[in-house]
Design a protein around this ligand. Structure first.
Ligand code: ADE
Ligand code: ZN
Length: 347
């Protein structure tokens, strides 16, 4: 089905990667806060920052691991106080997404990062929801929200967050698990995920970014997630790789994030091609684009520049992103036919 695209010349790849319709399934909306917007919101809200300038803040983006990033990411989010702040942040992301031909985006948000600071859950969800509605009407981008529980906090805190969220149930489609992975295994959240499942929420979790393959196994077996966020460490367990391939479990891989957080030393060492060759349903995503040096198309471009990937892989990755999304089959089919047209024209 896709091998026929292998003959598309490599010099056409950048345009093709840009033009192909795609879904983004792993993007933390708080990770789209650019330093310029952090400073603008700090000024608007009278929040003091510990960096003297946009440049100084950007220079601090030299991470050694996930935790070194999270410390600065939570500090950046401290400028978000009002509904308009959440709206403006998400709207800025949607403008970037439009430029990258993202047709559908499933956005993570971290309510606990805000409720802990006294910002009401309602403020967060209303600001994000209004930006999603605006993206639909003004940009034609479809989107959905996925609420993440912070895994460094307790399961009891996650239950409290779920309770705060339930009056706004129609505004989010699922739940995820993010923040510091090591030492906070999926099973810590077994009961709250079981409750979310009962409520009919879609389930995803970060696993196998820094954590071992057992975290991926327990995300599947204990939390019963439908997609694995990151999952790159699955290669350390061949039986797990085989299982993921057989089940068709999507992995939302974030190449630039993996380089910036030192999961791989260089892009040339990234295992994305290995994962694809193993038959895994791999997708490419930006994770926290303002912090990791690029939005989704930069992730595609840099990955294709560093690894032996051709247009057939581009087709597979874009198609995987659409198929792995939580939208109905009719919408998926519409976008896949748009994708087919783009590739038919290029071939
Ligand atoms: N929160 C934002 N980005 C994250 C990542 N890459 N891993 C875990 N938690 C996150
Ligand atoms: Zn993430």
């Amino acid at each position: 089905m896709t091998a026929k695209f292998s003959s598309i010349p490599a010099d056409r790849l950048p345009d093709l990667l840009q033009a192909m319709p795609k879904a983004e399934l792993h993007m933390h909306i708080e990770g789209s806060l650019e330093p310029e917007l952090i400073f603008a919101l700090a000024q608007r809200n009278g929040v003091a920052l510990s960096y003297p300038s946009v440049e100084a803040l950007r220079e601090a983006y030299a991470f050694t691991d996930l935790q070194s990033f999270l410390d600065i990411y939570y500090a950046g989010a401290s400028v978000l106080l009002k509904e308009a702040d959440f709206h403006d942040m998400a709207w800025a992301y949607f403008l970037r997404a439009k430029a990258d031909n993202v047709v559908h985006a499933e956005l993570f948000f971290d309510p606990q990062t805000h409720t802990e600071r006294g910002v009401a859950f309602e403020t967060v969800i209303r600001g994000l929801t209004s930006a999603c509605e605006r993206a639909r009407s003004e940009l034609g981008i479809s989107s959905a929200l996925i609420m993440c529980f912070l895994r460094h906090l307790s399961e009891e805190d996650a239950f409290k967050t779920l309770e705060q969220a339930l009056p706004y149930r129609e505004h989010f489609i699922g739940v995820g698990l993010d923040s510091s992975e090591r030492g906070h295994p999926p099973e810590k959240f077994a009961r709250v995920f079981a409750k979310c499942r009962e409520l009919g929420l879609r389930l995803v979790a970060h696993a196998g970014e820094e954590g071992p393959p057992e975290y991926i196994i327990n995300a599947l077996d204990v939390l019963k997630v439908e997609r694995i966020d990151h999952g790159v460490r699955c290669v350390e367990d061949p039986a797990l790789v085989q299982r993921l391939a057989q089940q068709g479990t999507p992995l939302t891989v974030c190449p630039l994030s993996n380089i910036k957080l030192c999961v791989f030393k260089t892009m040339a060492e990234h295992n994305l091609r290995t994962l694809l060759d193993a038959g895994l349903k791999v997708t490419i995503n930006s994770d926290d684009p303002a912090y990791f040096g690029g939005y989704v198309n930069e992730n595609y471009l840099e990955t294709f520049a560093a690894l032996p990937l051709d247009a057939s892989h581009a087709y597979t990755l874009a198609r995987n992103s659409l198929e792995a999304s939580f939208v109905d089959e009719a919408h998926k089919a519409g976008w896949i036919s748009q994708l087919d047209e783009v590739f038919a024209r290029a071939a």
